[in-house]
Design a protein around this ligand. Structure first.
Ligand SMILES: [Zn+2]
Length: 217
């Protein structure tokens, strides 16, 4: 219900303020270049997540501008930000795009049906679709499936999050990912439990290599 109110409120706000920067609030763009430039990641930060072969992240969630924009994207219906965030994901992969030239598919971390229904969209899917169009790496939406409803991660502490995610993904249409490289897209990496569990399910189903791709960690 709260999520629904957020989504409706977001839609109303986006009608009232059609193009205010999610970072600084200035009129014009939904996320201005000046703010985007302030969200670049610390290039020396290294993260390792179990079952992931590589992980790319644009920025860190502690960056106030980036977290504000991501919240607007995830909870308040600002789906126009998908275009901007997917550009950032493309920029991250671009130097190594040749690694993904062949035999690679793009997947999104799925949302539970209930959550997608209450928000009206899944932000990770929006990112994956846009990323796929911009890179011509095919997106397969019907492979990774949320196998049971988990409690919203933000309401749980670290250890509970790991437990909560256990066995929460299933893989359908295995032939679409067998022996393939996968780029697994999500908006935010928190403890890494979600990406890790999804990657584990995909590897068990025969995926050869998994690269995590997120806007912020
Ligand atoms: Zn701005």
């Amino acid at each position: 219900m709260i999520a629904l109110i957020h989504t409706v409120l977001g839609k109303i706000l986006s009608l009232v303020f059609p193009s205010r920067c999610a970072g600084c609030g200035k009129d014009g763009d939904i996320f201005c270049q000046k703010c985007i430039n302030k969200t670049r990641k610390n290039p020396h930060s290294k993260v390792s997540v179990l079952f992931l072969d590589k992980l790319y992240h644009w920025g860190i969630y502690e960056n106030e501008i980036l977290s504000r924009a991501l919240r607007r994207f995830k909870y308040y219906g600002a789906i126009g930000l998908a275009d901007i965030f997917s550009d950032l994901l493309v920029k991250l992969i671009e130097p190594n795009i040749k690694d993904f030239a062949k035999n690679t598919v793009v997947l999104a971390i799925p949302a539970s049906r209930a959550r997608k229904k209450s928000r009206g969209y899944n932000q990770a899917e929006l990112l994956a679709e846009k990323f796929s169009k911009k890179t011509s790496i095919s997106y397969v939406p019907d492979v990774l499936i949320k196998s049971r409803n988990t409690v919203s991660q933000t309401s749980l502490a670290g250890r509970e999050r790991l437990f909560n995610q256990k066995d929460s993904f299933a893989v359908a249409n295995q032939e679409k990912i067998k022996n393939k490289k996968i780029i697994l897209v999500d908006d935010i990496l928190t403890t890494g439990a979600t990406l890790s569990e999804a990657a584990r399910a995909l590897k068990e189903a025969g995926a050869s290599e998994i690269t995590g791709l997120v806007v912020a960690k």
